[in-house]
Design a protein around this ligand. Structure first.
Ligand SMILES: Cc1ncc(COP(=O)(O)O)c(C=O)c1O
Length: 391
């Protein structure tokens, strides 16, 4: 079945332009990243009894599609340098029921893909790359998103590029692509006119008013309005329990596609900017005798979405940052971000992933997006280094 006739020319052009960037792949756009993951899992026929392995340092919205399908999430602890799945612990999590490994490239650091692919191939397990925080990062010279059976991306406010909300599936598996296309035609719903209008208004407000100094204030207003249902937020209150709502499997809107096309036109500049600002943070933190990024430069070249820093007094720093007009991020507040997540409902028991729990207590992140300039990096580093460093 083919649902291409249902898609506007802007959506088709967006998908094609996105796919071309990765060469030899197909792309399918969705309302959000989590919907893209759901589409992949459905196409892989994941269901009750199946296990999906993922890092215990993620966003709960990543776990929802697994639970919606009745499958079981199995959490692997992270390693403390790149905050990615610790591949030394991965093999012991594999059972006869493991069907999928989700390789999440956290903060933009690519996972050790050789090790993950080796383990997966031995047991015919599908690898899905979570590229929601990594656009353009490479591992051994190969761009992330091109390693597994499929990858998915998010274009929500804090992501490598933003269309307000948005998601994408990328795959070079023609059978999987066909199944996703057919699923979309049969089951996906369109966003309502109200949702599209609200998103358009929010994008306009974002472009006009949201800069590093105003972000903290804007975020708190945004969260309040989301709870009241006045804006289309990233997550509705109903998404903090593992029960799928009837309008979850939602297609992309034209406004997201047009915005995405614009962003893709600027993607090389965006990537170069992120690399430059991350190096600047390295330099400024080093001058203050603070730890900087330590990753294996012989195999990876990350394009960071945010710059993670470990500090003491995380809660105090976040509260003071909001008052001081410093854009300080809290990812991830607990193994299944955000802090409000009822962990037991998602099969996470405290103590399961000690490194992830430690990182949740210590890590804040600094902005790297296109609106960050040298002045922002200096203010952010001045601010953050007032707190206790954690080495
Ligand atoms: C690592 C990761 N994967 C997936 C998602 C889900 O993306 P979306 O909010 O577009 O559904 C998030 C959410 O922010 C995330 O942080």
């Amino acid at each position: 079945m083919d649902n291409r006739f249902n898609k506007s020319s802007a959506i088709l052009e967006y998908e094609q332009t996105f796919a071309e960037w990765f060469v030899g792949h197909k792309a399918f756009a969705f309302w959000k990243g989590r919907v893209a993951l759901y589409a992949i899992l459905r196409a892989l026929d994941i269901g009750p009894g199946d296990e999906v392995v993922l890092p215990g340092y993620t966003c709960v919205m990543d776990v929802n599609p697994i639970k919606y399908l009745g499958a079981t999430p199995v959490y692997v602890d992270i390693e403390p340098v790149t905050f990615n799945m610790n591949v030394k612990l991965l093999e012991e999590k594999i059972t006869a029921n493991t069907k999928v490994i989700i390789a999440q490239h956290t903060y933009g650091y690519p996972c050790y893909m050789d090790a993950i692919m080796n383990i997966a191939d031995k047991s015919s397990i599908s690898v899905i790359e979570d590229c929601c925080l990594a656009f353009g990062s490479t591992y051994k010279g190969k761009i992330v998103g091109r390693f597994g059976k499929a990858a998915y991306f998010s274009f929500q406010w804090n992501k490598p590029y933003t269309t307000g909300l948005g998601g994408m599936v990328l795959t070079n598996d023609s059978e999987l692509a066909e199944t996703i296309e057919s699923l979309c035609a049969k089951e996906s719903c369109k966003p309502s006119k109200k949702e599209v209008l609200m998103l358009a208004a929010q994008l306009a407000i974002y472009r006009a008013f949201i800069y590093p100094r105003t972000t903290a204030f804007a975020q708190s207003v945004f969260r309040y309005l989301t709870k009241k249902g006045i804006v289309v937020g990233s997550s509705k209150p109903s998404e903090y329990e593992p029960k799928m709502t009837s309008d979850f499997f939602k297609a992309v809107s034209g406004i997201q596609a047009r915005s995405g096309l614009k962003q893709l036109g600027k993607i090389d500049k965006n990537i170069a900017h992120r690399k430059k600002m991350a190096q600047l943070y390295d330099q400024l933190l080093e001058e203050k005798d603070w730890p900087i990024r330590q990753y294996d430069t012989s195999v990876m070249e990350p394009v960071m979405v945010r710059y993670p820093v470990r500090i003491g007094e995380k809660a105090k720093a976040l509260a003071e940052a909001a008052k001081a007009g410093i854009e300080l991020g809290s990812w991830f507040e607990c193994p299944l971000h955000p802090i409000e997540t009822p962990l037991e409902a998602y099969d996470y028991e405290p103590g399961m992933c000690p490194e992830a729990e430690k990182a949740s207590n210590e890590v804040v992140n600094l902005p790297l997006h296109p609106r960050v300039d040298e002045k922002t990096t200096k203010r952010s580093v001045e601010f953050i280094t007032r707190f206790t460093k954690v080495t």
